[in-house]
Design a protein around this ligand. Structure first.
Ligand SMILES: NC(=O)c1ccc[n+]([C@@H]2O[C@H](COP(=O)([O-])OP(=O)(O)OC[C@H]3O[C@@H](n4cnc5c(N)ncnc54)[C@H](OP(=O)(O)O)[C@@H]3O)[C@@H](O)[C@H]2O)c1
Length: 410
């Protein structure tokens, strides 16, 4: 007997990887991966082999932000399935962190290009087949951010709200020809999603945003990886999609995956003024006193895998400002630090035998593995300690150590 056909996007990591692997137990799965290379498909291949489903899983190139790529991927699938597609999972997505004032329009467009237009492109590509066969399911990976807008998630939440409106508009109509549309609404999932988030140029963030931004980032640090009780694994979310959408003849329009955040959905539905969500966001993300980033950069006492130093900007005072991203347990802490000279920083790192990559001018990847893992109490003291200067970033002694400020650029 022929297996039903599933097309899943964004399968090289996280929920997509897990779902594609699980579905392949009883589906012929076409697993979309953008920029497909051997390295990029390696985790998926390993998972499929471990689950014994390699024969049912075909990895295909698919960048949902590209019309041609989606068309090609779906055409290739339909050519191998006698024109059949039983399940589309529009999972590919990413997070653009920041509020609109700090985000270039191009970045906002690209958020919608992937999260919204990417899903629509996939729908357009598979719907003719589903209509013709008189059956099919379309799963859109939405989010709690599709029903509750959150600070510094303007574009991301707007993109997920757009998916909700899309699906709700389609549901009644599409059921007329046997197609069920379903928005899956997870809360935090312990994937690389936050680490993969695109971030604003911190050096250009207006001062009024600094404190709320720190509090919001600290709040996100406390959820996700650091909160196994309230976040979920990609496997858990994938299994819920299978149990409550794929395996159900007539799944509902919306499926929440995480009972720990049920109050958010209830609160949003009950208060037609929208004030529940505003108050909840203020309390959850903005109300706490500003906390030092350093208290959160290693939520479970683990060292970052690496620290990314980037976005160098010459300030009028002749300092170089740059952003440090501490990749920790999938979470990322962003702080703006000032040092007086990039070349000097490189020299100091080299002389302290700190491994780093300089992938392109103005960007350092400082590796922390094997070194100083033992006692990295804070990101800042670690970096300062690594440089041999146990001083606060604005301490003149610190700048004195690093040498005179670089000449301001013309
Ligand atoms: N993690 C969470 O807390 C969370 C919560 C609620 C909802 N979600 C949603 O769940 C979905 C899966 O996220 P995840 O947590 O599994 O994160 P993830 O591990 O970062 O996976 C996202 C996947 O989407 C792919 N992708 C991004 N842009 C793409 C494009 N233009 N074309 C094709 N693929 C693209 C990524 O590929 P690359 O590796 O090439 O970037 C990656 O495979 C997303 O839609 C996300 O919004 C996540």
């Amino acid at each position: 007997m022929k297996l039903p056909t599933a097309f899943v996007t964004g399968c090289n990591s996280g929920v997509g990887l897990s779902l594609a692997t699980k579905l392949a137990a009883n589906h012929k799965v076409f697993a979309g991966v953008r920029g497909l290379t051997d390295a990029k498909r390696a985790d998926l291949d390993r998972a499929a082999a471990a689950a014994g489903v390699t024969d049912n899983l075909e990895v295909i190139e698919c960048d949902v932000a590209s019309e041609a790529s989606v068309q090609e991927a779906v055409a290739a699938m339909l050519a191998k399935t006698d024109g059949r597609c039983d399940l589309l999972v529009a999972n590919a997505g990413f997070s653009l962190f920041g509020s609109v004032e700090m985000l270039p329009m191009d970045d906002i467009r690209s958020q919608f290009e992937t999260n919204v237009f990417g899903a629509i492109r996939c729908q357009q590509a598979v719907l003719p087949a589903m209509r013709q066969q008189g059956a099919g399911k379309i799963v859109l990976l939405s989010s709690v951010g599709g029903v509750w807008g959150q600070p510094f998630n303007d574009a991301y939440c707007a993109s997920k709200f757009a998916l909700e409106g899309l699906a709700e508009s389609q549901a009644a109509l599409f059921r007329g020809f046997g197609v069920r549309v379903c928005c899956v609404q997870p809360g935090a999932i312990r994937t690389a999603f936050i680490a993969n988030a695109k971030r604003p140029d911190m050096a250009k963030v207006p001062a009024e945003y600094h404190a709320p931004l720190q509090r919001t980032m600290a709040a996100y640090q406390r959820s996700g990886q650091a909160a196994p009780d309230t976040s979920q694994t990609p496997d858990e979310v994938a299994q819920i999609i299978i149990d409550r959408v794929v395996a159900v003849a007539e799944p509902p329009l919306k499926v929440q995956t995480n009972p720990a955040i049920a109050a958010v959905f209830e609160g949003q539905l009950k208060d037609t003024t929208g004030e529940w969500g505003v108050q909840a966001a203020a309390k959850r993300f903005l109300a706490e006193p500003a906390q030092e980033l350093s208290k959160h950069d290693q939520p479970m006492g683990q060292a970052p895998s690496h620290i990314e130093v980037s976005d160098f900007v010459q300030t009028s005072a002749g300092h170089l400002e740059y952003t440090i991203r501490s990749h920790t347990l999938g979470g990322v802490v962003v702080a703006t630090h000032r040092y007086s000279d990039f070349a000097r920083l490189q020299t100091v790192l080299a002389s302290a035998k700190i491994n780093y990559d300089n992938p392109f001018p103005g960007k350092l990847l400082v590796h922390t593995e094997a070194r100083r893992k033992e006692r990295m109490a804070t990101l800042e003291t670690w970096l300062n300690g690594a440089l041999g200067v146990p001083a606060a970033r604005d301490d003149p002694a610190f700048h004195a150590f690093l040498g005179p400020p670089a000449a301001p650029s013309a």
